[in-house]
Design a protein around this ligand. Structure first.
Ligand SMILES: Nc1ncnc2c1ncn2[C@@H]1O[C@H](COP(=O)(O)OP(=O)(O)O)[C@@H](O)[C@H]1O
Ligand SMILES: N[C@@H](CC(=O)OP(=O)(O)O)C(=O)O
Length: 454
């Protein structure tokens, strides 16, 4: 049995969904289908999730919402029309569901946003199930609630309660039937809809894989493989045939958006391979993500170079910081008080930097935190870098290569790229670099061309 996830680009319109259905029909072991909300149909189009987010903002502003509701409903109707479905009833249902979202009670705004954006997937799974049955392909919609997926944590970046897996173990699959599961959202213990972080349908696919133990978790997207660097940064980068879980996790964390970094953890325990495949070229081999690579690591200086610009950095300097007992504790207490998590904290003798993910806290939270640090800890220097990028150079082969840091840094310095932080992970399979956002692309290109040529 295989769990198969289709991303938003694979479900953007009727023609894309037709390809998806052909993929499902081509292999009877593809029994569980996880779907995202319809993605972009063309480059400056809007994903349905982003339309839902606009809808939520319009509702919160008390503004006129009939136009956005119509735009969202039309995205689904366009898909249904492609399959020649009679849409009068569907149109009514979609409108009703969207209007009902405005009338529900939410404990706070984050829950409201979660319910609105989660409905992109909910409605898509509902429509896709109807289309599959309409064309004679036996399908059943299955809500995350029916599967027992219960979350904890914040409503827009929820994590799965591990007890959820008990209920999933009872699910029996009918080989004649496709189960359609909406990705990205689940429910908390109060029954409120919550979402995983953005891109989280990959996480649903991974959770179902851990729960249902398929032989393979196939993840269909719009590229034929994962490349050594993002094709948005390097033109025609080389493909990666095999990646290990830990390589993928580090690369996904730092910008390989093709798979969510949180989609690795659930499959590790059972060693379920993840195969990235292209909906537009399903016969291409894709990239296989596995526990260990069997090919000769010494041939590969590095496996991938990722970069992400979602970070900010705080630099503090105070003489004798290394000998002051409790300094870091006080600092972390301030973060705790402001409900701020941090990503990395490289330290020197008299200096300490903290790197934050800007998506996880608001500018107001960061400003209040900085004010408290200045007032309570009196650093000699306190600087804030709002546009901070992290580059992750990753490869299992790096652990045995004593020259690797030099090989990465030399071409960067030759190109006048100033690195403000270097951190070699304890696993020694990655080197993390911190630098200003406006240098990040050039840095990735420079490292890529140095190792792999133009
Ligand atoms: N190293 C990489 N290899 C392949 N694709 C990458 C890489 N880094 C970023 N991407 C981007 O990830 C995109 C696919 O992810 P995403 O847009 O989330 O797809 P989906 O809609 O299928 O979930 C690709 O179109 C590509 O631009
Ligand atoms: N639709 C959600 C979840 C997701 O996984 O989407 P996609 O498969 O398009 O990356 C989002 O946009 O975040």
């Amino acid at each position: 049995m295989k769990v198969v996830k289709f991303g938003g680009t694979s479900l953007a319109n009727g023609a894309q969904l037709e390809k998806v259905i052909r993929i499902m029909q081509a292999d009877s072991s593809r029994q569980v289908m996880v779907v995202s909300a319809p993605g972009k149909r063309f480059s400056n189009d809007q994903k349905v999730t982003d339309l839902m987010l606009s809808f939520a903002k319009i509702v919160l502003a008390g503004a006129e919402d009939s136009h956005i509701i119509q735009t969202i409903v039309n995205r689904y109707l366009e898909i249904a029309h492609y399959f020649k479905i009679e849409t009068t009833e569907l149109k009514l249902t979609l409108n009703k569901k969207l209007i009902a979202l405005k009338q529900q009670h939410y404990p706070n705004f984050d829950y409201l946003y979660a319910a609105f954006i989660g409905h992109g997937e909910y409605l898509n799974a509902m429509v896709i199930t109807q289309i599959l049955n309409h064309i004679g392909c036996h399908a059943r919609f299955m809500s995350p609630k029916a599967l027992g997926l219960q979350t904890t944590g914040s409503p827009l970046a929820a994590t799965l309660d591990p007890r959820s897996y008990q209920q999933m173990a009872w699910l029996t699959l009918d080989p004649q039937e496709i189960i359609v599961v909406p990705g990205f959202f689940a429910y908390d213990d109060q029954g409120y809809m919550t979402t995983f972080k953005r891109g989280g349908s990959d996480i649903t696919g991974a959770i179902l894989s851990h729960g249902l133990k398929p032989t393979l978790y196939e993840n269909f997207t719009d590229v034929s493989s994962i490349f050594i660097a993002s094709p948005k940064i390097v033109s025609h980068p080389m493909p990666i045939n095999h990646l290990t879980y830990r390589e993928m996790r580090e690369l996904a964390y730092a910008g390989f958006s093709v798979l969510s970094d949180e989609a690795i953890v659930p499959v590790i325990q059972d060693s379920i391979p993840i195969q990235i495949k292209n909906t537009n070229a399903p016969d291409a081999d894709g990239t296989l993500i596995v526990p260990q690579r069997t090919n000769d690591l010494s041939l590969l200086p590095i496996t991938g170079i990722a970069s992400d610009t979602r970070f900010a950095a705080l630099y503090t300097h105070r003489y004798l910081l290394n000998s002051e007992i409790g300094f870091t504790l006080k600092l972390l207490n301030i973060l705790y008080r402001h409900h701020i998590s941090y990503e990395h904290m490289p330290t020197g003798i008299d200096d300490l930097s903290i790197i934050f993910d800007k998506q996880l806290s608001s500018p107001a939270q960061f400003a209040a935190m900085r004010a408290d640090i200045a007032r309570e800890l009196h650093p000699d220097i306190l600087e804030w870098y709002d546009d901070y990028a992290v580059i992750m150079v990753v490869g299992e082969g790096m652990a045995n290569n004593p020259h690797i840091i030099n090989d990465i840094l030399t071409p960067l310095s030759q190109n006048n790229i100033k690195i403000s932080m270097i951190n070699q992970g304890a696993s020694r399979i990655s080197v993390m670099l911190g630098l200003p956002v406006n240098q990040a692309q050039l840095a990735v290109q420079t490292i890529y061309y140095h190792f792999f040529g133009q």
